[in-house]
Design a protein around this ligand. Sequence first.
Ligand code: 6R9
Length: 571
Amino acid sequence: MDMQPIPAREGNHNLKDYQAKRKAFSWEEVKKNFSWYHTGKVNIAYETIDRHAENPDKKNQTALIYSAPDREEKLTFSDLKNESNKFANILKKQGVKKGDRVFLFMPRSPEFYASFFGILKVGAIAGPLFEAFMEQAVKDRLEDSEASMLITTPELLERIPQDDLPDLKKIVLVGDYDEKSDNYVDYYKEMENSSDQFEIEWVDLEDGMLLHYTSGSTGKPKGVYHVHNAMIQHYATGEWVIDLKPDDIYWCTADPGWVTGTSYGIFAPWLHGVTNVIRGGRFTPESWYGTIDQNNVTVWYTAPTALRKLVSSGDKVVNQFDMSSLRHVMSVGEPLNPEVITWAVDAFGLRIHDTWWMTETGAMLIVNYPVMDIRPGSMGKPIPGVEAGIVDNEGNELPPNQMGNLAIKQGWPSMMRAIWKNPGKFESYFINGWYVSGDSAYMDEDGYFWFQGRLDDVINTSGERVGPFEVESKLIEHPAVAEAGVIGKPDPERGEIIKAFITLNEGYEASDELVEEIRQFVKLGLSAHAAPREIEIKDTIPKTRSGKIMRRLLKSWELGLPTGDTSTLEE
Ligand code: 6R9
């Protein structure tokens, strides 16, 4: 990409001397910003909410602006403290203890955030799920984590296979319901009678707080386990990268089912005590621009898929809104197209700062600082305290401009501490002291990193990580489907779309109706974002001699590329 770098904006002094900051850096300095550094009492919920609620200057500041088509609400830090205390008392009464897994399966709402912090306050581990998940996706996650409690809404209840989940003791229902059961807890009724005083369960920095399920190229989704210590990096990146200032109105568009929606939709902004906008409801260009305009959002963290949709909605739409409150915009989740950066400079007079990280890494690692000159198409440079490199398959570092595995030297604060109940999987991420990301990239002479692609078969569709295995497994559950191979196919708006190749069982005839029926089957069984947009019926699916589906070959066929080494192809 030979686009000219876009220089840093005047007046933005955050981390001006990048090299000096890197050299002199120690995480110890960052730790001094936390109250536990002085008191020894650790809990991320305390640092995020209660600490501000106990500060006379901050307690009545709006912490959360909730804005949805049918509901507008504001909560102060004091409100959030009280509401989460009440919920923590409910959990305690139900016998939830430190280390228990408590899942949340519901749309974004003030109740979600009260419950989330309530879970952390009793020392339990929170597991947020996308509201879009269907039965199989919900079951896989609750089963693997052995969750004992779930907070959901009556509308979503039918997607929870209660009989198949022996560990799930109680379900808290947020909303009216008819069916009575000893397993159900009425959220509103219990909250009414619950005390807003609660003694927080103090934990260790290395105790668990969050379980985020994410997809790999093989197997079921895996539980990425994060500990309270991650707050050190949430805080630091909130300062250096998000550039949060006390008067900011911040909006992160991500759902808390995705790590971006917790690390940067919850922790980073509230650790810094800023006002946080949470938007419910569906995406439309008008509703998103409107959110910025109405709330005077100053700092905005979003994703390329949404930005591409905004670009294609045209200038006419953006010109109806006042975007002048914005000071700083960032992106994550997929490659940020240089065209989108150019568009943003025209549309709001601002550059978009790309950031790179993963569910496993817990927080940003490679970024474009506010003060950095942006090279459109590059993810930027590693934050202080983090060493990134390009390594070969043995973990040897490669020179600049050579493509290889994007890897990070072990030892940053927000790193996952385990893959839930799967130590082998966890070990497999590391070679020679490096955490190997699964992405390929190169670094230029000036230390900027450039994303090239995924090295495994993981699909990134509209910023969502989808494992082909999960989709294939669901496909072959359909009576008509014999075998399935699933790939990501490049798409200008969504990054990639899911394409499935299937073979049919005896007695089934290929037809458009059948293809649509199979698509719906995945959509209703797994989730809308995991349903293949394209399904092609084949006579055979290419497999290796050991029976593995050769997705790479399917992809080469699809894209008309050379097929490479097919020596392991089954006859
Ligand atoms: C936070 C998050 C991680 C994968 C990652 C990479 C892709 C993330 C990116 C990016 C290009 C960026 N990815 N940020 N690709 N440029 N700035 O996204 O976590 O859902 O686990 O996805 O997403 O492939 O390996 P997660």
